[in-house]
Design a binder for this molecule. Structure first.
Ligand code: NDP
Length: 485
């Protein structure tokens, strides 16, 4: 059977679609209905080798182009992506189940932003000149070589672009492995880059389960690994990369605090808590899933939140009025349900949701727990689903200590009208991305990444260039060479 969403083939290697049906079957399921929408195959070792070889071969010529030339291709790809936004957003919705209302503004558009931003930066990459009397030193900013990108399933287009754009801007080539749960969108990114003029072999996509990723990470041809995934996977990938002394970027999970003081705008704080827990059905790494609300406004917060939850609209994710989608997979729904059951067993008060929604597909209600205590499982572990935990607190000191009492350090938010407190508080938060009076805005201009167990390195912003390139120092002598004998 052929499906409308069936890609031409499972992989994109050296500028073309490639299939090998002997690879492990990889069925693609539409999370809203549970129906199959494509049949793909994992890459065999021979195909992985072919992709790495293509990337290795293409890299010197790609790096030898001027930054302006490389950037022009990336910016052209951004334009194509924007022109095809609706089609790409519909595919993203089918791949992930996220409502079209979201994917139209948060996925291909964000990918296009990254291609445009790093396309623009490509021409500005340079080293420095250091005069030492008559001698001098100059530095060259050089590509790392062949890079591997490995993605999670929640933002398949965005993750592919957030990695490919800076990597390619710096003159690296890439082999990208999407999550096996959402394999369709990265193929479109490869197609679009080719249409924009990208030379063959510069960006390749291979599908597969964890073992394909593991094979890529340990290959000697690979100089850099960038992973978006969970902390347990991050640990394994980081260790494997260390064996080969490869450079890494790790964008991992979180259990981020959102702290709401009683002088905050209640309505804005509720909006932020909704965005920080229910956007993408809670499947966002930076989500503020520990919502600390100061004692004076906690009941008012919960009352207003309950009212706002009445506006949740489930249904066909391709209907633009739907504002809440299913979980990405049956497995992820079961994981989330396990956490909800734990929350109830451990004594948290379930104030909204908690159950499945009627019908086919992997639906689950937006869920809110109140009276959550710091020792409970739902307060400590990343759930990666639409489950908000609300905690009380009395003082700023207490909120800070409890906000930081986690192994994670991806993100954090604070709501207060007291400007001095806001800055004092974020300065003391142990988190890579902090928001004051908003949550989860991640423009490409702003560095993004985690502290503590949430990761290593940064994506986005100018600083990403540091993580996708290396410096060579060249000392130039102008006089005689002195020697002791
Ligand atoms: P996983 O960690 O399970 O998987 C991430 C990717 O790594 C997948 O492509 C996976 O392949 C692959 N993989 C698994 N094992 C290995 C291995 N040993 N070597 C190499 N690659 C491997 O994450 P999920 O896909 O479940 O995504 C959810 C997680 O991602 C959450 O923890 C979330 O917080 C995090 N995340 C972090 C973000 C950030 O920017 N900080 C953004 C988005 C998500 P396969 O799927 O085939 O197993």
């Amino acid at each position: 059977m052929t499906y409308p969403t069936q890609p031409e083939a499972s992989h994109f290697i050296d500028g073309q679609y490639v299939e090998d049906a002997s690879g492990t079957a990889l069925p693609v399921i539409y999370p809203a209905t549970g129906e199959k929408i494509a049949d793909l195959h994992a890459a065999t070792p021979a195909l992985v080798d072919r992709a790495l070889e293509a990337a290795r071969r293409a890299q010197p010529a790609w790096a030898a182009m001027t930054g302006t030339e490389r950037g022009r291709i990336l910016r052209r790809a951004a334009d194509i992506m924007r022109a095809r936004n609706r089609e790409l957003s519909e595919l993203e919705t089918r791949d992930t189940g996220k409502p079209l209302q979201e994917t139209l503004v948060a996925d291909a558009t964000s990918g296009a932003d990254a291609l445009e931003y790093f396309g623009g930066l490509a021409a500005t990459l340079s080293g420095e000149h250091i005069q030492l009397g008559e001698d001098f030193v100059y530095t060259r900013r050089e590509a790392l070589g062949v890079a591997v990108g490995i993605g999670a399933w929640n933002y398949p287009t965005q993750i592919a672009c957030w990695k490919a754009a800076p990597a390619l801007a710096c003159g690296n080539t890439m082999v990208f492995k999407p999550s096996e749960t959402t394999p369709l969108c990265a193929l479109k990114v490869a197609e679009i880059l080719k249409e924009a003029g990208l030379p063959d072999g510069v960006f390749n996509v291979v599908q597969g389960y964890g073992e394909v990723g593991a094979g890529l990470v340990s290959d000697v041809r690979v100089a850099k690994v960038s992973l978006t995934g969970s902390v347990p996977t991050g640990r394994k990938v980081y260790a494997a990369a260390a064996e080969g002394m490869k450079s890494v970027t790790m964008e991992l999970g979180g259990k981020s605090p959102l702290v709401i003081f009683d002088d905050a705008s209640l309505e804005d704080a509720v909006s932020a808590a909704i965005n920080a827990n229910f956007y993408s059905t809670g499947q966002i790494c930076s989500n503020g899933t520990r919502v600390f609300v100061q004692d004076g406004i906690r009941e008012a917060f919960l009352t207003r939140l309950a009212e706002r939850l009445k506006a949740v609209k489930t249904g066909d994710p391709l209907d633009e009025t739907t504002n809440f989608g299913p979980m990405v997979s049956e497995r992820q729904r079961e994981i989330v349900e396990g956490f909800i059951a734990k929350g109830q067993q451990e004594g948290a008060r379930l104030v909204a949701g908690g159950g499945r929604l009627e019908g086919e597909g992997f639906w689950i209600e937006p869920t809110v727990f109140a009276d959550v205590e710091d020792h409970m499982t739902i307060a400590r572990e990343e759930i990666f689903g639409p489950v908000m935990s609300v905690f009380g607190f009395a003082t700023e000191e207490e909120a800070l200590e409890r906000a930081n009492a986690t192994i994670y350090g991806l993100s954090a938010g604070v709501f207060t009208r007291d400007i001095a407190r806001a800055h004092r508080f974020v300065a003391a938060l142990q988190a890579g991305s902090c928001w004051i009076n908003t949550y989860n805005l991640t423009p490409v201009e702003a560095p993004f990444g985690g502290m503590k167990m949430s990761g290593v390195g940064r994506e986005n912003g100018r600083v990403a260039i540091e993580h996708w390139s290396q410096l060579k120092t060249v000392y130039v002598a102008t006089g005689a060479v002195e020697a002791p004998f």
